[in-house]
Design a protein around this ligand. Structure first.
Ligand code: PEP
Ligand code: MG
Length: 567
């Protein structure tokens, strides 16, 4: 079977199918009440053990705060009112305990869901989680918590959300295979961060494979082999060895400059989601962080992170980087990234909706908290601020005005910050690329977000499996917008970077270098390869081919031209 390779490398190992099992509860009349109550007590005991385990794992893999959610679950398992109501129902109506759990928890969930208070509303999810856990135990349905993986496995899932991956024990996961998503899906980005292979777009894989099957995945070609032959295992083990050797060679690029054969120096930086990702950045000799996706600090929790929590996160990263730059992107929520506690409206077109800078300029209390934290942290390193999803000059002006107000506030409180902090924008909406000559006068830098720029330019949903063949970074229209943005930035004397996945695309790197891109920001695992490519490319040579490339009719022609003439 073949899907899309979304994180390179080869993995061979046991299958772990991550599937939400269906739970069907039927009402039964029972005679032996004592026995039924006893079943419930045993299920609570087992549930508490499972939750304890998840707490420990999350504490170890992610952090205390994220682990707290499981403490809350434990409280529910002990809650006299909730558990008491279930027992009462069993006794008074002589019904099976599964039925009692389902009906009582549905009642509670509805009450919580209707509450105005965001925090309490969230509790409905915890109740759902707990009642599902109890029902699974009682009905003997195998739990599929990712946190329960205990041996080296390759995870097969429909999709993996940030809260799923938060539970993973990174030492035990050899790779991912998902049914949906492309190179920019969360699971793909996560796989590249963890430096494990991943393949997406394998339809129905969670029903075809079962736990314990053996699987080989090739994260470059997108191929997967279920229960392979001995010959296939031998062939791929060899390939895996060769790949590991090549990775080793790349390590030789550590400590070298990123400079083309004809002496043009660029910066190769990393994209991160949390301070923990810094280990990989430093390991791969990143020359800075070109994109800190701060929304991850807001996810998998019940409330917004406080100013202090954010300050510590930003300061930690800035200090680890020393003088190297750290571009902090302000909250980019909405679209496919959801925060339950923000009570965001349901939208017909979330990717074109209430998100990122639009939301921040509306809910300014959230924005101000974040900007205060960033400005305070700017005293401790080389921090720059970047706004996502900008579409108009007015947004830039409004956001900058808020920064000025916060600077004034900090001055009056005698809190130090970098007065000269650079402010830039993501160029990820075509209007901004087209109008980049004017935008360049208002900001200190551009960072081209190709993940979104491609989807908006080509009108192709970046996460839609059925049209993934239309999502193409080699499309000449996309390349023209990129070139235009770089040129317009340079005309105004500002630097231009790229933090979309295209910045780490082996075939595009020479083209971007030729266009004059100053900074390439990518997954840490791509940095050394990118440096190797830059160091083996002559900028002027590729520059002489740019006109030809941009006049080619199709994305396929562009890719073919690169294959035949550049790489
Ligand atoms: C982009 O759109 O290219 C980008 C880097 O942002 P994100 O992938 O977080 O939307
Ligand atoms: Mg984006």
């Amino acid at each position: 079977m073949r899907g899309i390779g979304t994180s390179p490398g080869i993995a061979l190992g046991k299958v772990f199918v991550y599937k939400e099992p269906e739970i069907n509860v039927v009402k039964e009349n029972i005679e032996n009440i004592e026995k039924e109550i006893n079943r419930l007590d045993l299920a609570i005991e087992e549930g508490t053990k499972q939750v304890d385990k998840l707490y420990e794992k999350t504490l170890h893999n992610v952090g205390k705060e994220e682990a707290e959610i499981f403490n809350a679950h434990k409280m529910i398992l002990k809650d006299p009112e909730f558990i008491g109501s279930i027992k009462e129902k069993v006794k008074s109506e002589k019904v099976n305990v599964e039925w009692a759990i389902k009906t009582i928890s549905d009642e509670y969930i509805q009450i919580f869901e209707n509450m105005k208070d965001e925090y309490l509303k969230e509790r409905a999810l915890d109740l759902k989680d707990i009642s599902t856990r109890l029902l699974r135990i009682l009905l003997g349905i195998e739990a599929t918590d990712l946190g329960s993986i205990e041996e080296e496995s390759i995870i097969l899932a429909y999709d993996l959300t940030p809260s799923d991956t938060a539970q993973i024990d990174k030492k035990l996961v050899l790779g991912f295979v998902t049914e949906i998503g492309g190179p920019t899906s969360h699971s793909a980005i996560m796989a590249r961060t963890m430096e494990i292979p991943s393949v997406s777009g394998i339809k129905n894989v969670i029903n075809i494979a079962k736990n314990g099957d053996f699987i080989i995945i090739d994260g470059k070609s997108g191929e997967i082999l279920l229960n392979p032959s001995k010959e296939e295992i031998k062939y791929y083990s060899n390939k895996q060895k060769k790949y590991e050797e090549f990775k080793f060679q790349l390590k030789e690029m550590i400590g070298k400059e990123s400079i083309s054969k004809d002496g043009v120096k660029v910066e190769i930086a990393a994209n991160i989601g949390t301070p923990k990702d810094m280990d990989k950045v430093l390991e791969n000799d990143g020359e800075g962080v070109g994109l800190f996706r701060t929304e991850f600090l807001y996810m998998d929790r019940d409330t917004e992170p406080t100013e202090e929590e954010q300050f510590i996160a930003y300061k930690t990263v800035a200090e680890k980087l020393g003088e190297k730059p750290l571009v902090i992107r302000t909250l980019d929520i909405g679209g496919d990234k959801f925060l339950p506690y923000l009570d965001l409206p349901k939208e017909m077109n979330p990717f074109l909706g209430y998100r990122a800078i639009r939301l921040c300029l509306d809910r300014t209390e959230i924005f101000r908290t974040q900007l205060r934290a960033i400005l305070r942290a700017s005293h401790f390193g080389n921090i720059k601020i970047m706004f996502p999803m900008v579409s108009s000059i007015q947004e830039v002006r409004d956001a900058k005005k808020i920064i000025e107000e916060i600077k004034e506030e900090l001055r009056s409180e005698n809190i130090p910050f970098n007065e000269e902090i650079e402010i830039g924008i993501m160029v990820e909406i075509p209007a901004v690329a087209v109008h980049s000559d004017i935008f360049a006068k208002e900001v200190d830098f551009f960072s081209i977000g190709t993940n979104d720029l491609i989807q908006y330019t080509l009108a192709v949903d970046r996460g839609n499996q059925d049209i993934v063949h239309l999502y193409n970074q080699y499309h000449p229209a996309v390349l023209k917008l990129i070139k235009m943005t770089i040129e317009n930035g340079h005309k105004e004397g500002i630097w231009v970077g790229m933090c979309g996945e295209a910045a780490g695309d082996e075939k595009l790197i020479p083209i971007l270098l030729a266009m004059g891109l100053d900074e390439f920001s990518m997954s840490s695992s791509s940095i050394l390869k990118a440096r190797w490519i830059i160091n083996n490319t002559s900028k002027s040579e590729v520059e002489s081919m740019l006109d030809t490339i941009l006049s080619l009719p199709t994305a396929e022609d562009v890719e073919k031209f690169i294959d035949e003439n550049i790489i």
